[in-house]
Design a binder for this molecule. Structure first.
Ligand SMILES: Cc1cc2nc3c(=O)[nH]c(=O)nc-3n(C[C@H](O)[C@H](O)[C@H](O)COP(=O)(O)OP(=O)(O)OC[C@H]3O[C@@H](n4cnc5c(N)ncnc54)[C@H](O)[C@@H]3O)c2cc1C
Length: 495
């Protein structure tokens, strides 16, 4: 809801954004636009979050069982986007193909291209002077309460450690600091902390190699091996296919993946090495991996492509925000953003799953920025809490498992676009972009290996793309004439 009648007097806050990935950068841009003083703390040596590919892995903990993980990125070398670039740019900074050296102009580019795009975004909006790289947040906790006539406000103490130049680790020499901020935005993502399966007997005792996909980079270390890949999601399929080039055998164990068209095609194309199995029941000391149907294979390595858990090891809210349901749920969060008892000075950008990025992150970020400035108001605490509980109950009544609490796109796709209209003034995604995204998912379900290189656009998408390219050319001219330190307002015009 918009604040009061007439023009509100806007307040500028000092805001710490934890994390310099796509969500953190979206937050930084929106907060600045609204006049706040922003400090982004990012533990890596560059911005980009997951898209900052890191060839290293944590060799001491390849399952990523200990939080926080030492290597934040989970991206593997062969990764290409599953989302078409034309549909996933920032609303006023499109993901344009670039022909420059090292760039990848394809519709579904490799992961490096997304990283370049995020760097371009920072340059275009002058964000890097707000970003502190090599800075890991160790603790975020309530500092004190300042009580004005109107109402009590929280302040936050943020303790961070700065990695010194030339070192890879946050060791004893690293510099610790504690600062106070009016507000904190948590934008640390949810693709770093591995989620491990709980129902496999013998996992703890198995002496052969086990890792989570978080620690998978290239197929080469598994040359000639018999591999079991657990999980039939996007990463499970990608990694199984990647391994087919070098492994002796690849066994894909997928609890819910029946013989879908995509899976049948994969089996037909790689039937010499690839086999499909139900979920794993037990790992045996002699190297056998036993599946739920009683069959077994002898394996050298098991790779768990079983997803990621929410994890905020630095956050001390005294129990006001918790991670529950085995890492699947964080809350209570009003509309997945504000913990009612600590709102608006603590917020989360990027919690929902299955959302169009970065559009949805921009929407969340702008909402946070405008609530902090006083341009918009939140409902009272009790009402926000009631809303969270009602949503949970409605989902439970509809038979939606708790683990899908933050899955908006897969459960209530209409809610995604309502969110933008309800809470801030970002124009909805154009219809042709939505259509392009849906058609990409449909093609992927048919053939995961080729869908990225087939252009089968409808007339509507084709027209949208033409306008997008024209808009892109115009934008390029503007860019050549001046740096974009203030946004070019192209929202909603088909760009
Ligand atoms: C293998 C894989 C493939 C994917 N493919 C796609 C795809 O094709 N299309 C798509 O739309 N999405 C894809 N995603 C999802 C994609 O990662 C997200 O859409 C997006 O990157 C989320 O951005 P984020 O900023 O929320 O999180 P992240 O990118 O994870 O960024 C979080 C940042 O917070 C930092 N951080 C964490 N803790 C701290 C701390 N204590 N102190 C300081 N900094 C901290 C991290 O270092 C990181 O830089 C994929 C994810 C994975 C893992």
């Amino acid at each position: 809801m918009a604040a009061g009648d007439g023009e509100p007097v806007l307040q500028s806050k000092s805001v710490c954004v934890v994390g310099g990935g796509m969500a953190g950068l979206a937050a930084a841009r929106e907060l600045r636009r609204e006049g706040h003083a922003v400090t982004v703390m990012e533990q890596s040596s560059d911005v980009g979050g997951q898209w900052l590919y890191d060839p290293r892995t944590d060799v001491e903990d390849p399952l990523g069982a200990v939080a926080p993980v030492r290597v934040p990125s989970s991206i593997y070398s062969c990764l290409r986007l599953i989302s078409p670039r034309e549909a996933i740019g920032f609303s006023d900074f499109q993901f344009l193909p670039s022909q420059g050296a090292g760039r990848d102009p394809r519709r579904f580019p490799g992961h490096r291209e997304m990283h370049c795009y995020l760097q371009d975004f920072c340059d275009a909006f002058g964000l890097m002077d707000a970003v502190r790289l090599n800075t890991r947040v160790l603790r975020v906790a309530l500092a004190a309460m300042s009580t004005s006539k109107a109402k009590a406000t929280h302040r936050w103490a943020v303790r961070s450690v700065r990695r010194l130049h030339g070192t890879d680790e946050y060791d004893d020499d690293a510099e610790e600091d504690e600062e106070l901020f009016d507000a904190v935005v948590v934008a640390t993502g949810h693709y770093a902390q591995p989620m491990l399966p709980s129902g496999i007997q013998g996992m703890g005792e198995w002496r052969r190699r086990q890792l989570h996909s978080h620690s998978y980079r290239t197929p080469e270390p598994f040359r000639g091996e018999a591999m079991v890949v657990v999980g039939g999601g996007d990463s499970g399929k990608d990694i199984a296919l990647d391994l087919c080039h070098v492994a002796r055998e690849v066994h894909l164990a997928a609890s819910s993946e029946v013989a879908t068209p995509a899976m049948l095609r994969m089996l037909a194309n790689h039937g010499d090495v690839l086999r499909l199995h139900p979920r794993i029941r037990q790992l045996h000391a002699d190297g056998r991996v036993e599946f739920a149907d009683g069959s077994s294979v002898v394996a050298d390595t098991v790779i768990y492509c079983t997803g990621y858990a929410y994890s905020f090891p630095f956050l001390d809210t005294g129990g006001a925000v918790t991670v529950g349901d085995n890492g699947y749920v964080v809350g209570p969060l009003f509309e997945h953003v504000f913990p009612p008892s600590l709102a608006p000075t603590l917020s989360f950008v990027g919690v929902p799953r299955k959302i169009p990025i970065p559009w949805f992150l921009e929407v969340q970020a702008r909402w946070v920025a405008q609530v902090l400035s006083g341009r918009r108001e939140l409902p009272p605490e009790e009402e926000m809490l009631r809303c969270v509980e009602e949503n949970l109950c409605a989902r439970e009544a509809a038979g939606v498992p708790r683990k899908l609490t933050h899955n908006i796109g897969g459960i209530e796709p209409h809610a995604i676009f309502e969110f933008g209209e309800k809470y801030c003034d970002i124009a909805p995604l154009e219809e042709w972009k939505k259509e392009l995204m849906v058609s990409s998912v449909v093609s992927m379900m048919d053939d995961v290996e080729t869908f990225r290189d087939l252009a089968n656009d409808s007339e509507n998408v084709h027209k949208g793309l033409q306008e997008w390219r024209l808009g892109a050319a115009a934008l390029l001219k503007v860019k050549q004439n001046r740096p974009i330190t203030t946004p070019v307002d192209t929202e909603g015009d088909g760009l």
